[in-house]
Write a protein that binds this ligand. Structure first.
Ligand SMILES: *Cc1c(COP(=O)(O)O)cnc(C)c1O
Length: 391
C-alpha cells in the first residue's frame, strides 16, 4: 500500500495546472535590485515598501540588541518574562497607531490566530470579507464560531447577513485593510457604521496598510480618520516595517485579555531582541518623517500610470500593490519566467491565493525603486505582453 501516494498525485496536479510554486533563492539583502539564483534582478516582489529590510539604522539597532540581550528569548513571555524591548515596542506601536495599547506577537499570522479564537467561539458568528487573508480564515476556523463570508468590499451584503443573525451571542466583523492580492481598500467607514447598528465587534487587519496609508503610514484607521472606532487592529512588522513580528492594537482591555487568552502568545516564544530592536527603530523613523511614505506613493502613481497607458488591466488597486491581471495560471507563470530572464523578479500568483482564472503578476512598488527602474520595468512588461498577445 502506498500510504503517501496522494502527495505525488497532488504535486503532479499542481505541476500540470501551472500552480506549483517555485521558490527562488535570494543571495543577499533586500533592496530595489537583488541577487536571485545567481542573477541581478529588479525586485518587484517584496513587501519591503519603505526599504526598511536593509536600513542601516535598523541593522545597527539589531546588532546592539544582540550584544545587550543575546540571541534567544529562552521561553514564552508568560513564563520566562518579557524583555524591556518588547514593552518599548508595544508602547511605540500604540502611540503610532493612536490607540491605548498594543501587544506584540511572533507574526501577523500568529496575531490573527491569537485574537479571533479569543474573541469568538461556539454560538458566535464571524462576518468575514471573502477575500480576507489566509491567517484570518484560519483564525476563524480555529475559533469554532460560525463563519459567514460576505461579498468582497460590499457593505450591503454585510448588512444583509448581519440582519439575519440577530440572535447570535457575539458578532465579529473582520476585514483586511488593504487586500493583499487586489490592492483595494476596505470600505471601513461603512463597515463601522453597520457594526454600530448591529452591536458587532470590529476588527481590521492592517498588514498592507501600515507604512502606506494614513498620515506618515499610520494605517487605514488614520486614512479614514476613524480613531477609536475600530475595536481590534492587527498588524505585521514584516511588510512596510521591514522586520518580522505581529501585533494587536486597541484598548488596554483587549491586550490585557489577549495576554491571558491568546494561545500563540501563551505557547510560542516571542521574536528575538534583535528583531524587536529593529522594529522599534522602524516605528521611530515613521513617527518622525513621512518622506519614505510619500516616495512609495509617487513611485506607485508613476508605474501604474505607465502600465495603464500600455493597456494592462490593474484591477481595482488603490495602493502600491499592483496586480497585472493575466487570467490563465500557466500563462502568468510563463510571463513571470520571461520577466525573470529579462532581469525582473515579479511573481505569478494563482489559485488558491486568487480565484481560478484570475492569475496575475503581482508587482509591489517600493520607495527604493527609481523612476528609471520602473520605466524600464514597464517597457519589459509591454514587450512581453505583446509577445504573449495579452495587450
Ligand atoms: C502578510 C499578511 C499577514 C501575515 O503577516 P506575517 O507577519 O508575515 O505573518 C496577515 N494578514 C494580512 C492581511 C497579510 O497581508
Amino acid at each position: 500500500m502506498n500510504k503517501l501516494g496522494f502527495i505525488t498525485e497532488e504535486l503532479d496536479t499542481l505541476k500540470e495546472t501551472g500552480l506549483l510554486i517555485h521558490i527562488r533563492t535570494v543571495e543577499g539583502p533586500q533592496g530595489a535590485w537583488i541577487a536571485v539564483d545567481g542573477k541581478k534582478v529588479l525586485n518587484l516582489c517584496s513587501n519591503n515598501y519603505l526599504g526598511f529590510a536593509n536600513n542601516p539604522a535598523l541593522k545597527s539597532a539589531s546588532q546592539r540588541a544582540v550584544e545587550t540581550y543575546g540571541v534567544g528569548p529562552a521561553a514564552v513571555r508568560t513564563i520566562a518574562g518579557t524583555i524591556t524591548l518588547h514593552k518599548q515596542l508595544e508602547e511605540k506601536i500604540a502611540a503610532f497607531k493612536g490607540v491605548e495599547s498594543a501587544l506584540s506577537f511572533q507574526s501577523g499570522f500568529c496575531a490573527n490566530l491569537a485574537v479571533i479564537p479569543a474573541i469568538v467561539s461556539d454560538g458566535d458568528v464571524v462576518f468575514s470579507d471573502e477575500l480576507n487573508h489566509a491567517s484570518i480564515i484560519d483564525g476563524c476556523r480555529l475559533s469554532k464560531a460560525r463563519i459567514l463570508r460576505y461579498e468582497h468590499g460590499n457593505p450591503e451584503d454585510l448588512q444583509g447577513k448581519l440582519s439575519n443573525e440577530k440572535n447570535a451571542r457575539r458578532k465579529l466583523i473582520i476585514t483586511d485593510g488593504v487586500f493583499s492580492m487586489e490592492g483595494d481598500i476596505a470600505p471601513l467607514p461603512e463597515i463601522i457604521e453597520i457594526a454600530d447598528r448591529f452591536g458587532a465587534i470590529t476588527m481590521v487587519d492592517d498588514a498592507h496598510g501600515e507604512g502606506v496609508l494614513g498620515r506618515g503610514g499610520r494605517g487605514i484607521v488614520d486614512h479614514f480618520q476613524l480613531h477609536g472606532k475600530v475595536d481590534i487592529e492587527v498588524g505585521t512588522m514584516s511588510k512596510a516595517f521591514g522586520v518580522v513580528g505581529g501585533y494587536v492594537a486597541g484598548s488596554k482591555k483587549i491586550t490585557d485579555y489577549l495576554a491571558q487568552k491568546g494561545r500563540p502568545f501563551l505557547f510560542s516564544s516571542a521574536v528575538t531582541a534583535a528583531d524587536v530592536a529593529a522594529c522599534i527603530v522602524a516605528v521611530d523613523i515613521l513617527s518622525s518623517s513621512d518622506g519614505l511614505v510619500k516616495q512609495v506613493w509617487e513611485n506607485t502613481a508613476f508605474f501604474q500610470e505607465k502600465m495603464r497607458e500600455i493597456g494592462f488591466n490593474l484591477g481595482r488597486t488603490k495602493t502600491p500593490i499592483t496586480p497585472v491581471i493575466i487570467g490563465d495560471a500557466k500563462i502568468a507563470r510563463d510571463f513571470s519566467q520571461k520577466l525573470f530572464e529579462e532581469g525582473i523578479f515579479a511573481q505569478a500568483i494563482g489559485y488558491p491565493t486568487v480565484p481560478v482564472g484570475k492569475a496575475r503578476i503581482r508587482v509591489m512598488i517600493s520607495a527604493t525603486h527609481t523612476n528609471n527602474d520602473l520605466a524600464w520595468a514597464a517597457e519589459r512588461f509591454r514587450d512581453i505582453g505583446k509577445s504573449f498577445h495579452i495587450l
